[in-house]
Each structure stands twice: as structure tokens, then as C-alpha cells.
Design a protein around this ligand. Structure first.
Ligand SMILES: *Cc1c(COP(=O)(O)O)cnc(C)c1O
Length: 306
């Protein structure tokens, strides 16, 4: 499956900057998104290893679990999803996960680690199971976004443009780590990658990104100065929104025809605008990564109409 996604210019105006967006939400599998890009690389590995069962962790309402359950089903592989029972809500994603026939095992958060270990042990008696970390965290997920960075470089060459900033929604930080690793590999000293946290606070949030970059290179260097993990626009935590975010989700669909969602991309887009205003970024070329979550848009829609 090709993972090349389009880059388009937006009409949006702010401080005479030019805004572009990389449409990873349009990846051609299961409503796309960054979890689809990561999954392509995990399933390459799964194919190489001849694994016959997939085990992963996450809320069944997550984009990650939707994609993994769909990819497993499309290849006729059994899929187990270990899910914390806290905060469970039925969403478009959780309905699809059920539709794909994944086996969802719910339990208190505290029991998750032991359960994963036990299930993997049991499955290994008769199968060759593969475990994917929550959110597609780890070097394979990082590699997926090193590749995305190469796509961005190719676009810059073809279009004779240079992006000064790349903004994105940062959660576990794997997507950001991949872009940062791609930047380091390309020796692009003039580009800034800004992760807008959708939930985590610093120092943990930024530390996890830095650790992922170190895990990727394993060269003993610390890459702390490359990490811009901004935790000022969390807006009360994961999934929490405000009127300004809802308005951006509505306006960007209305004027640009592009879906965002209040949990990830809408919050990050709002954070990006505020960051640009507050730090007075002017006359730059700015690329926003639309990391997807299209089904979340439909979960938001009722709220947007009000
Ligand atoms: C998971 C997710 C993110 C965050 O990606 P990380 O690699 O975990 O930082 C951003 N946007 C969307 C739509 C996601 O589903």
C-alpha cells in the first residue's frame, strides 16, 4: 500500500504566513490517519514474521484500535484488543472495532500489563502472536514518520519551497519523534517541528518524544534541543474541548473543506494558531500535518450543530 499523501495550500491567513497541510487523514485505508501510516509498517513486519494473531492495547474507541482491527480482519488474522474499562464510551471507532470482529478484553487499567503478558504467553502455546504497543509506539511507528518526513522533503524539492515550521498534534509523541528523526537524518537545521500536546504535560510529554528519538538512533546522543513539545493548549486534558476549538473544526470544514476533530487535529490547529500569534511568527511557510481521526469528526458533529 502506498503511503504517499498530498500536500495542499490552505486559504487561511494569519500574520502573512503561508499555510499548507499534509493530508495523512487521506491515507487509503480505513479512514486514514497517522495510525494507518504506522500500521502499514507494523503489518510489513507481521507479514515477514508470519504472525497469525495480533494483540494490541488501547481503548476500543481509539483510532489505533480501529486501524489495527481492520487491517487484521482484512488479512484474516485474529485480533485481540486489551482495553482499559475506565472512560469507555461508545463511538464510531468502537462500533467499527466490533464490526471488524476484534476480541475486546476490558479490565481495570491496573491489570492491563499482566493481562497482556498472560495472553501472549497463552497464545504462544499454539500460535505466533505479534504485540503492537498502544498507539503504535516504538521504533516501527517512528520509522513510519521518518518516511513521511522524506515525502515532505521530496515535495519541497519538486515545488521549490521550504517549510520553516511543521506543526502537528502530539499524543504519545511517536509521530513527532519520527518527524524529528527524519529532520536529523536530513540535517535540516533550519526547520522547526512543533508538537502541540493534546493531553500530556511536560516534562513527561517532551521526555517521551526525546526518548523515542534516542531509541531510534541508539547512538548515545541526547536530542533534547530538537524537541518542541508544547503543553499550553491541552485545554483540560484528553478529549476536552472549548468553544474556540469547536469553531475551528467548523470553520476549517466550511472554508477549506477539510475535516478536523476536537480531540486531536482541531485542538492542535487551534494551538498552532495561538502559538503563531503569541510568538509572533510572520511571513513563514508553515506545514500542518492532518494526522486524521476522521471518524471522530462525526462523533463531534452533534456538538458542532448546536
Ligand atoms: C494518535 C493520534 C495522534 C497522536 O499521535 P502520537 O504518535 O501518539 O503522538 C494525533 N492525531 C490523531 C488523529 C491520532 O489518532
Amino acid at each position: 500500500m502506498s503511503v504517499l499523501t498530498p500536500i495542499n495550500k490552505l486559504k487561511m491567513e494569519l500574520n502573512d504566513n503561508n499555510f499548507f497541510v499534509k493530508r495523512d487523514d487521506l491515507l487509503p485505508f480505513s479512514f486514514g490517519g497517522n495510525k494507518a501510516r504506522k500500521a502499514v509498517y507494523f503489518f510489513d513486519e507481521i507479514e515477514k514474521n508470519n504472525n497469525d494473531v495480533i494483540v494490541t492495547y488501547g481503548s476500543s474507541s481509539s483510532n489505533h484500535c480501529r486501524i489495527i482491527a481492520n487491517m487484521a480482519a482484512s488479512r484474516g488474522l485474529e485480533c485481540y484488543i486489551i482495553s482499559p474499562q475506565e472512560g469507555y464510551e461508545e463511538t464510531s471507532n468502537s462500533k467499527m472495532v466490533a464490526l471488524f470482529g476484534a476480541k475486546i478484553i476490558k479490565m481495570p487499567l491496573n491489570d492491563v500489563a499482566n493481562t497482556i503478558e498472560q495472553i501472549m504467553k497463552d497464545l504462544k502455546k499454539k500460535h505466533n502472536p505479534y504485540f503492537i504497543q498502544g498507539g503504535g509506539h516504538g521504533n516501527i511507528g517512528t520509522e513510519a514518520y521518518v518516511h513521511a518526513y522524506k515525502e515532505i522533503k521530496d515535495y519541497e524539492k519538486e515545488e521549490n519551497i521550504n517549510f520553516d515550521y511543521i506543526f502537528l498534534a502530539s499524543g504519545t509523541g511517536t509521530t513527532q519523534a519520527g518527524l524529528v528523526a527524519g529532520k536529523i537524518k536530513a540535517e535540516d537545521i533550519n526547520k522547526k517541528i512543533i508538537g502541540i500536546s493534546i493531553a500530556r504535560k511536560n516534562p513527561r510529554g517532551g521526555d517521551v518524544v526525546a526518548q523515542s528519538v534516542r531509541d531510534y538512533f541508539m547512538d548515545g546522543k541526547d536530542y533534547d534541543e530538537e524537541i518542541n513539545f508544547i503543553d499550553e493548549y491541552i485545554c483540560g486534558g484528553y478529549g476536552k474541548s472549548n468553544d474556540e476549538i469547536d469553531k475551528i473544526v467548523k470553520d476549517v470544514l466550511l472554508y477549506e473543506g477539510m475535516p478536523l476533530n476536537s480531540t486531536y487535529t482541531g485542538k492542535a490547529f487551534w494551538g498552532m494558531k495561538r502559538f503563531i500569534e503569541e510568538t509572533n511568527i510572520k511571513e513563514k511557510n508553515i506545514l500542518f500535518i492532518n494526522t486524521g481521526g476522521t471518524p471522530l469528526f462525526f462523533d463531534d458533529l452533534g456538538e458542532l450543530i448546536k
